[in-house]
Ligand binder design. Structure first.
Ligand code: GZL
Length: 305
């Protein structure tokens, strides 16, 4: 008989496969695609995971439904990226009652009971906004710049925090945010909102977009209006995904603050520790860089996403 078929002895106890249910926000942006790829490429069978993955099309009710179905399935671990900060306590209580640990990735929830999740793995969005604002002040203070802001999804942690960080950083400068509206993190809506701003104002100097995709939509609107993005109207965005970095290298965007989407490895590590009963950090802050046009030309060839 071959070695593997005797009395069920499998030699060293192979690590048990961890069943994990993941509810993803949607597929709204280049960042989200890179984030999904990182999770699906890392939480594989060969890495010891049985991943159930769902896309909520940016709707909270779809995320809650997915989480409830994973609880029904009796998965070992739940993980999700909450599309907005509020409204999660009920389903998180249900997970706790079912004794299923929860890991948050990318975005935060506003629950003040942090026993409802084991860890939150994501960037510091306030710092991202501050980094964008500080660069804008460094470059443009003293010229009376009029700024329009393309906000991310209303109620989402990155939208709330990137707005707050930017506003704090420009305090005391003469940069003024003359309008601010959500483009829901998508290129299409970013373009539509920018078209509206261009009809409403004839003296916009700077666009601050909470992600590259809305910034790329703004570029389309600015060019359609016969102006030169990156020159007639400066643009600062957040994410640093490939399309954004290409536009930065091409001079159509002036500065990008990175938001690293490659959260799969941290999620896998935390999930394994949680199942093994090891302590995990409640907050894992993902490190981000920032790029001007010169740095983008340098970095582009080796960018992973
Ligand atoms: C940030 C993430 C945001 C990205 C957007 O961690 O939640 O959502 O900045 C994405 O591109 O849509």
């Amino acid at each position: 008989t071959d070695a593997g078929s005797d009395s069920g002895d499998t030699g060293s106890a192979a690590e048990e496969t961890i069943s994990i249910g993941f509810s993803q926000v949607g597929a709204e942006s280049g960042w989200r695609a890179a984030n999904t790829k990182s999770i699906q490429d890392t939480l594989t069978q060969e890495n010891g995971f049985d991943l159930s993955f769902s896309d909520a099309q940016q709707k909270q009710e779809n995320q809650i439904q997915a989480l409830r179905s994973y609880i029904q399935q009796g998965v070992d671990v739940l993980a999700f990226s909450p599309v907005v900060e509020t409204g999660w306590d009920a389903v998180l209580e249900e997970a706790k009652a079912a004794d299923i640990p929860v890991i948050l990735t990318d975005r935060a929830v506003d629950s003040d009971d942090d026993s409802l999740y084991e860890s939150f793995i994501g960037s510091d969005f306030v710092l991202e906004g501050e980094t964008a604002g500080e660069w804008a002040v460094e470059q443009y203070d003293g010229e009376g710049y009029q700024v329009v802001e393309l906000q991310g999804t209303t109620g989402a942690a990155p939208a709330i925090d990137r707005k707050a960080g930017f506003e704090t950083a420009i305090e005391g400068s003469d940069l003024e945010i003359i309008d601010s509206q959500t483009g829901n993190f998508t290129r299409t809506e970013g373009k539509q909102v920018m078209e509206g701003f261009l009809q409403k104002y004839d003296d916009i100097d700077l666009v601050y977009a909470h992600n590259d995709d809305m910034g790329l939509g703004a570029i389309e609107a600015i060019e359609a209006a016969g102006m030169v993005p990156g020159e007639d109207i400066k643009i600062i965005t957040v994410d640093a995904v490939k399309d954004g970095m290409q536009a930065l290298a091409d001079g159509k965007i002036n500065y990008i603050v990175e938001c690293n989407p490659l959260l799969g490895p941290d999620l896998a590590d935390v999930a394994k520790k949680v199942i093994a009963g090891e302590a995990v950090e409640k907050r894992i802050v993902v490190k981000d860089k920032a790029f001007d046009q010169e740095a983008a030309v340098e970095a582009l060839p080796s960018r992973e996403y």
